[in-house]
Design a protein around this ligand. Structure first.
Ligand SMILES: Cc1cc2nc3c(=O)[nH]c(=O)nc-3n(C[C@H](O)[C@H](O)[C@H](O)COP(=O)(O)O)c2cc1C
Length: 144
């Protein structure tokens, strides 16, 4: 099992329809390839985790890198892992909607700018996002 994380900046003027299209494409192709993951959109930035067979993840990542709905695609971390974080979703979508959660994602984005290899913090971050998606409470979560 292979896991890959990147961040990018959305194109200017990206709208709700673009996001819907991206998610529809992601869900269609990811389910065909048994890829799971999560996409976060915040402050004109995307952060995404993709997980699945290495060959498939890299194939999808190549397509994503060439997509003109975003730019400055920066690989944060990629590695073999034992298990999936987001097995329930072909592409979970997360847009932080209160100030605590926004701060939480801001912290991650800042961290990825400051640190060359933010791997352990990234994993903590995704574990926290997973809990949020499953209905956990942000106050119980460790902050990155
Ligand atoms: C931020 C972002 C995330 C994306 N995530 C995925 C994804 O998880 N899976 C996927 O198949 N396509 C994803 N896409 C869309 C791909 O870039 C591409 O448009 C899509 O795979 C269709 O490619 P095709 O027309 O060559 O089949 C994403 C695009 C963007 C901008």
């Amino acid at each position: 099992m292979y896991q890959l994380n990147y961040r990018s900046k959305s194109k200017s003027g990206i709208d709700y329809k673009d996001l819907e299209d991206i998610l529809a494409e992601a869900n269609a192709q990811n389910s065909a390839l048994n890829i799971s993951g999560c996409l976060i959109y915040h402050n004109n930035s995307f952060v995404q985790i993709l997980e699945g067979r290495k060959k498939d993840v890299l194939h999808i990542y190549e397509k994503i890198k060439n997509d003109n709905r975003h730019h400055e695609v920066t690989l944060l971390w990629a590695n073999d892992v034992d298990k999936r974080f987001f097995k329930e979703w072909h592409m979970a979508y997360y847009r932080p909607n209160d100030s605590n959660l926004r701060q939480f994602v801001d912290d991650l984005l800042l961290l990825t700018e400051l640190s060359e290899k933010p791997s352990s913090s990234l994993l903590t971050f995704w574990a926290s996002v997973r809990k949020i998606l499953l209905g956990g409470n942000i106050k119980e979560l460790e902050r990155v």
